[in-house]
Structures are given as C-alpha cells and as structure tokens.
Design a binder for this molecule. Structure first.
Ligand code: SAM
Ligand code: SF4
Length: 346
C-alpha cells in the first residue's frame, strides 16, 4: 500500500531533472525520411536513409511511451522526418491514444500529405478520428517558386490543400511554423501574418538552429526573432506581450496591434530564458532518448528493448536520461552539428 501511494505521487509529479524541469512531454520521431528537402534540415548530399530494421516499430514506440506515461509524461508529439510518409501511420496514433496517462497527442508535419487520402477520407480526418488534437504545419513562404526553393519540392498547392483538410477535420489547434532565414524572411513575414489572420491560424516564427551542417547556418543566414518582430511593428505598431499565454513549448506570444491576432516567436538562439521551462525529452526514430535537442547526449533504448528489458529496466534508463538533462542547450557554445534535424526529430 505504502509503495502504491509513493508511486501515485511520482506519477502525479512527473520525473524532475536536477534543475527542476518536470518532464511531461515526449517528442517522437518516427522516421528520418522525408518527401521534401529543406536545406536547413537536411542539406548537402543526401546520405542513405536508415535501414528499416534500425527504426523502432510502432509496438516498440508504444512500449516506450507506456513507460514514459508511467513516469508522468502526458503529452506526445509525433514528428520526423515527415511522419506522415511512414506507412500505416494512423495505426500508431490509435495505439498512442490507448496508452493510459497520455492526454494530448499532436503531430508536426510539412502538410503535404494532410489533404491526401483514400476512399474520400483525408489523412487529416484519419488522424483526427484517432485522437490527434493538434497539428503543427511548417510553412515558410506563400510564394510558390520560393517554396520550391526552400523545400526542394513544388508542393505549395498540396500544403494549402493540407491546411484546408486540417481545418475541415476540426483539430483543436492548428499552428503554422515558419523558420526565419535572412534574405527570405524579410519578404515572407507580413504575407504569412496576413494569411494566418485570414485562416484564423496561430503563426510562430522560429529562429534557425545549428542542427544541420555548419555552412547552412552561417551568420549571413541567421535572422533573429527580434528582426521579425521589428518588421511586424514597422507595419502594425508595437507588439503587445502576452506572458500569460503559453502553448506546449518555449514560444513567446504577442498580440498584433489593431488586429485580433496573436503571433509567436521561438528564439532558441537569442532568448536566454529559452530553456527555463523545458519539460521535454526526445525519442529519435532509431530509438535513442535525447534529453535536449541542443546537446549531443543520447541514450540507447532500442538495444535494451530488443534484448528483453523489463518495463522496470526501461524506467531506470528513462530516469537516468532525465537526470542528465542539461540546464540549457549548447547551441551558443561549442555545439557542432552532429545528426541532422531530420534524424533527430524537430
Ligand atoms: N517534416 C515535418 C515538418 O517539416 O514540420 C516535421 C519535422 S521538422 C524537422 C520539424 C520542424 O523543425 C519544422 O517546423 C522545421 O521547419 C523545423 N526545422 C528544421 N530544421 C531546422 C533548423 N535548422 N532550425 C530551426 N528549425 C528547423
Ligand atoms: Fe522534411 Fe520537415 Fe526537414 Fe523539411 S523540415 S526536410 S519537411 S523533415
């Protein structure tokens, strides 16, 4: 009885790291494959994809999420690579929705497949029907040629279709994410802001992070969120901070003056408070648990999973990873890109 009470307390509290971050969020990469080629995510010569047997099966992912949920994880977000390229992906969401303790399921996607479907059922509808509550859609530009230049694919019409399908499917939250890149963002910020208002979508601007090759993240490419804010303020007047508004992440939100519109900024490189409220771990598609996107620390779960580890063993590994979570990311320090974003899961 005593142990039971103790366990229930642990579940309510979630596992805390040494800096008081309470881990309640797991971001899961389900594939390193993608149908686009964004330069900041997988630049240069494309190497081989991971062999299929190195990627966790849905059952293995489900087991990890079960263990995480027993330790206090409540929210999961499925990402990649492009998660919707993975075969039978709706089945994974069905499994995740069944795991006791998991209260919120989201997906991050480039949007190209949300409007595609079979038998008149779009992927967006299939996901919604399986319990997905929120969808983050990446969209850096509304200009078709520019979109093709950013992503290496002429898929803007498909993304627009995907956004329509997501809105028709009735998700609780649909957010647009735009990565800021100097030389492009100057022209795209205001049209994206207008589009988000027109479609009643929450738009966030993300600072480029050095998760890919160094030559892509050069000083010339970097466009800080402050500059994006200035661009909006030149047009619309002062942005009004909304410190009370938060989503599941480190974005800071502001009201656009004279509009019924909120806009978010994710300043991983320039916001020195960025890591303070981090409650996240990441599971890579090949089964490594990472305590932080901006640190090379990662711990293997796939080996133990396939070698017959018990749930107790997996819980111990999970606790150990939480205990090694750094105070903050190392992007401003000696961090050198190792794995590409596409392999970790953004
Ligand atoms: N394929 C999906 C997508 O594009 O949304 C999910 C995976 S993607 C890696 C997740 C997010 O990471 C996207 O919003 C993408 O724009 C962002 N991202 C990729 N590389 C980045 C980088 N170097 N810096 C900042 N954000 C990046
Ligand atoms: Fe693919 Fe998303 Fe990376 Fe672009 S950002 S290459 S869509 S995984």
């Amino acid at each position: 009885m005593k142990w039971k009470r103790k366990r229930i307390r642990a579940i309510r509290a979630g596992v805390e790291d040494t800096f008081g971050h309470r881990i309640s969020y797991l971001r899961i990469s389900v594939t390193d494959r993608c149908n686009e080629r964004c330069a900041y995510c997988m630049p240069g010569e494309l190497r081989e994809w991971l062999p299929r047997e190195e990627v966790l099966s849905f059952e293995e992912i489900g087991r990890v999420v079960g263990v995480a949920a027993a330790l206090g994880v409540r929210k999961v977000r499925v990402t990649g690579g492009e998660p919707l390229t993975r075969r039978e992906i709706p089945r994974l969401f069905e499994m995740l929705a069944e795991i006791p303790g998991i209260e919120e399921i989201g997906v991050s996607t480039n949007g190209t497949l949300l409007g595609q479907g079979t038998n008149g059922v779009t992927m967006a509808r299939a996901l919604r029907a399986r319990g997905v509550r929120s969808v983050n859609i990446s969209l850096d530009t509304l200009d078709r040629a520019d979109y093709a230049a950013v992503t290496g694919r002429d898929y803007l019409p498909r993304v627009r279709e995907g956004i329509d399908a997501a809105q028709a499917a009735g998700f609780e939250s649909i957010r647009l994410n735009a990565v800021l890149v100097r030389g492009r963002s100057e022209k795209t910020i205001l049209p994206l802001l207008d589009f988000a208002l027109e479609r009643r979508l929450l738009l966030r601007f993300i600072e480029l992070m050095p998760v890919s090759d160094r030559d892509v993240l050069s000083e010339e490419n970097f466009f800080p969120v402050r500059a994006a804010m200035r661009r909006i303020e030149e047009e619309h007047g002062a942005l009004m901070p909304e410190p009370g508004f938060r989503t599941n992440g480190p974005a800071s939100y502001y009201q656009v003056a004279g509009r019924d519109q909120r806009v978010g900024f994710i300043g991983a490189m320039t916001d020195f408070h960025f890591c303070e409220s981090c409650d996240k771990l990441r599971l890579t598609c090949d089964g490594k648990l990472r305590p932080c996107l901006g640190s090379h620390l990662e711990f293997d779960l796939r080996g133990p999973l396939r070698d017959g580890a018990t749930d107790g063993d997996l819980r111990e590994i999970f606790r150990g990873v939480v205990a090694r979570k750094p105070k903050e990311h190392d992007f401003r320090g000696a961090y050198e890109p190792g794995r590409r974003m596409v392999a970790i899961g953004g």
